[in-house]
Design a protein around this ligand. Structure first.
Ligand code: DP6
Length: 361
């Protein structure tokens, strides 16, 4: 480590976009390692609209690990944070910054403490996958700071232990989280199916129906589903494996009708298993249902579907338009039928392309 006068601070900043699943992850087979009961596929969003920016710093003057989220200090005591920190420290390498005259040996990382400041540019815990962007960014920035040699897929296995969906935010474009077979989770990783340029006509519009924090977290919701739903096993074993193959094919062929049908039916089935959970979980509200009707009516009136929709663990609608022209028409319809800040209970709209992970380091 540096000299006796150890006053230095070394820091890294990274920015990671969130991802939205088009074939959903819902249910774990291992709660600690966060191993899912089915594969899932997502699309990573444009970082300019929905992303987390995290600065991680290390200094010999820090006397314990600390973290701030949107300016407010939060506890790092949770098992998930600790798992990620432990896994990253175990893989840390020597770091040298010649300009600052700093030398950190890999064994020093066990003693040095970290300060982590994270900022979401969108509502936290409102069902817009904030934990996905947050944990992926934390792992990515710490991996840069500690000079890890692991590639993004190996880092995804660490991010997964922070929040399942986070593993898919380590890549841009279309990403699959392979559930894996091993009990130790070594093969439960994210892989990129296609990069962000592959199908770049797609435009994503998010209707923020409510920016309020959701009542049932994904973690506790999916735990209750696994224990009480009679439908979840059928979904995980019979339905999703077939949909994963079909979705991969639709993405490779840029087949929008198949993509839209699979994304919409999978979102609907995910909310059906939530309803089949006891006590039932209601993530969507009346506005969400009216948005579905509006899109379904439009798709049926055309020769082929124009827009896909999907809803995560909250009422906010994520819509994927087949091209820019359709996106403009969709926005027009939405603004007419669901004007923001009106009695429709809709807060705002976010419009973005798919995009790639950016290292602001
Ligand atoms: C509905 O990844 O937030 O968004 O692993 O317990 O942290 P934990 O859950 P989380 O669940 C996301 C659920 C979902 C579907 C998805 O992203 O695939």
């Amino acid at each position: 480590m540096g000299s006796e006068l150890e006053k230095w601070v070394l820091m890294v900043t990274a920015r990671t976009p969130t991802n939205i699943a088009v074939i959903k992850y819902w249910g774990k087979r291992d709660e600690t390692l966060i191993l899912p009961i089915n594969d899932s596929i997502s699309v990573t969003l444009d970082p300019s609209h929905l992303c987390t920016t995290t600065t991680v710093s290390v200094s010999p003057t820090f006397d314990h690990d600390r973290m701030w989220l949107n300016g407010k200090e939060i506890s790092l005591q949770g098992g998930r944070f600790q798992s990620c920190l432990r896994e990253i420290r175990a893989r840390a390498q020597d770091v040298e910054d010649e300009k600052k005259g700093i030398k950190i040996k890999k064994e020093d990382w066990q003693k040095l403490h970290l300060h982590i400041a994270s900022y979401n540019n969108f509502p936290t815990a409102a069902g817009l996958a904030s934990s996905a962007a947050g944990l992926a960014c934390l792992v990515f920035s710490l991996a840069k700071l500690m000079n890890l040699k692991e590639d993004n897929s190996q880092l995804s296995a660490i991010a997964r232990q922070g929040s399942g969906s986070a593993c898919r935010s380590l890549y841009g474009g279309f990403v699959k989280w392979d559930m894996g077979k091993e009990d130790n989770g070594s093969d439960s990783l994210a892989v990129q199916l296609a990069d962000e340029k592959h199908w770049d006509e797609l435009v994503i519009i998010i209707a923020v129906v409510s920016a309020r924090q959701k009542e049932t977290s994904s973690t506790s919701g999916m735990r209750d589903t696994v224990v009480t739903s009679a439908l979840i096993e059928h979904r995980a074993k019979e339905v999703v494996p077939k949909r994963i193959v079909q979705m991969e094919d639709a993405i490779q062929k840029r087949d929008f009708p198949s993509f839209a049908r699979l994304a919409c039916t999978d979102s609907n089935q995910f909310h059906a298993v939530c309803l089949d959970t006891y006590p039932p979980i209601f993530y969507m509200n009346d506005t969400s249902h009216r948005i579905i009707s509006c899109v379904e009516k439009w798709n049926r009136a055309e020769e082929t579907p124009q827009v896909a929709y999907t809803f995560d663990a909250g009422p906010n609608a994520v819509m994927i338009a087949r091209d820019r022209k359709t996106a403009a028409l969709l926005l027009q319809r939405l603004l007419y039928n669901f004007p923001p800040q009106s009695d429709t209970d809709l807060d705002s709209y976010i419009i973005g392309d798919k995009s790639i992970l950016q290292d602001a380091g």
